[in-house]
Design a protein around this ligand. Sequence first.
Ligand SMILES: Nc1ncnc2c1ncn2[C@@H]1O[C@H](COP(=O)(O)OP(=O)(O)OP(=O)(O)O)[C@@H](O)[C@H]1O
Ligand SMILES: [Mg+2]
Length: 304
Amino acid sequence: MTLLTVDDLVVDHRTPGRPAVRAVAGASLSVAAGEVVGLVGESGCGKSTLARAVCGLVPAGGGTIAFEGGRVTRLGLRRRDRALTKIQMVFQDPYASLNPRRRVGAQIADGLEVAGDRETTPGGMLERVGLPGRMAGRYPHEFSGGQRQRIAIARALAARPSLLIGDEPISALDASAQAQVATLMRDLAVESGAGLLFISHDLSVVRLIADRIAVMYLGKIVETGPTAEVWANPRHPYTQALLRAVPEADGLGRLPQELAGDVPDPADPPPGCRFHPRCPAAMDVCAEREPAPGPVSCWLYPPA
Ligand SMILES: Nc1ncnc2c1ncn2[C@@H]1O[C@H](COP(=O)(O)OP(=O)(O)OP(=O)(O)O)[C@@H](O)[C@H]1O
Ligand SMILES: [Mg+2]
């Protein structure tokens, strides 16, 4: 069952006196129940903005977002709030998901209350994420970064979401905790039948936990597919470059030489294919016309 369908979504950030930034420029994506989708792409490509639009934290300027079969994009604020309690988010900074001034047990209890769950205890939820239940009386600062992220996951899961979104939930953790926390998030989401949208620029972790991968570049999804397939046979030149940049054993992951340069300014995107100025395979048409959206949005693979 498809849980979340994002279709041709457009999101603009408006700052007075400056041109609007089209952070999401016609992106499409779906997540099924029990499925883990990894959303990857360089810094600034619009991953967080897309996630925030899905949660109703920023308005959509175009396109549609459907959740559990209902279109949420056109709902008024109150009805949308109700529709969206089934989506929970875990952020990079656990203090964005947790209140530093309240005991963690009380915060987990809030989640249980949202779900109307009177049986599970906050301590029981802590145990599910691998922490001793007796720690429920502590405050967030009394935990390590990895432990705090486990608590944020426990709090999110306590609300029994149908969709869990992790926006870089592991990037503030040290390497040893990253894979552990990511795997825990995947296991608990799948076990409870929820979908997981996992945003990360760490492709090696996404490879470990995602069923499907969506590659975003400057506001658009340029390639999607089953993780194993995309990994074995990346088709979009941008995906190929991202995969070549996955850190080797030396721990140094950088975009390779031919992709020198930054992501262009989304307020002033290049014409045609947005990737063409950095693309090693660019042809004339790439500077002139946008490739059609699809599993691979690239003129090297024109639709039949
Ligand atoms: N509140 C805002 N006001 C204006 N511009 C914004 C705002 N939030 C994000 N942007 C711009 O929108 C674009 C997309 O930002 P977004 O945070 O969605 O990227 P991201 O892919 O999550 O990046 P990162 O990997 O660094 O978290 C960027 O150009 C960013 O500067
Ligand atoms: Mg982000």
